[in-house]
Ligand binder design. Sequence first.
Ligand code: CDP
Ligand code: CDP
Length: 227
Amino acid sequence: VISGIQVAIDGPASAGKSTVAKLVAAKYGYVYLDTGAMYRAITWAAMDAKVALDDEAAVMVVVEKTPIHFAPGTPDQLVFAGDQDVTRVIREETVTNNVSTVAALPAVRAALTAQMQTIAAAGGIVMDGRDIGTTVLPNAQVKIFLEASVAERAQRRFKENQAKGIDVSLATLEQEIAARDYKDSHRATSPLTQATDAELVDTTSLTIEEVVNKIADAIDKYINLQA
Ligand code: CDP
Ligand code: CDP
């Protein structure tokens, strides 16, 4: 019997990756790792240090000085950059709109990828991001690529913002999401792309529960084949 596989969930912004990854991890008693939060934490730290975000050497100094930690928290796990709790600030628009610039730096990707691989080595993990199935965990036993239309994804972010009292128009959100998708898909180093062996799930008209069930089916199928 297999006790802890690696589950890779990739896809564009607001496809539902983190929402369903958390639920899948809870269902199997696995660890959940939000790799986007790691890129966000480094982006925040680089902005805090007033470093030019496209200056690879300068951002790498920040990476080396800024260990990233996760700690249990409700409703969401806490994210620390060094000893600073950045859980909230890394979700702000300024970080969101700059993270793709930092995430395009090859040395930064190499450093964070190594950290992710160390965390995932023991298995029993669900990781979400952009290049988990292609680059970070190419041997993950289950790989899922979540999609949804830009309009639906902007609508989801709009609702999240409303709940938090953040006022950004739907049109602006559509533009921001499309711009980030473009940057993430066109960078030279491990761009956002579906792994050839990943299962594509279009979530545009699916509920969260339906998406979770599809992923659970893929995990159960793998586990039953091994049994
Ligand atoms: O939650 P959302 O989909 O908006 O983004 P996220 O998962 O928090 O990721 C934020 C950004 O980090 C993405 O737009 C990518 O630029 C970068 N990222 C990446 O390059 N590779 C990953 N494995 C995860 C995130
Ligand atoms: O992590 P990622 O940026 O891919 O997406 P997320 O942060 O999980 O946000 C997706 C948003 O869409 C959340 O507000 C979910 O409640 C909602 N949603 C979803 O995740 N999946 C669906 N099938 C429908 C709605």
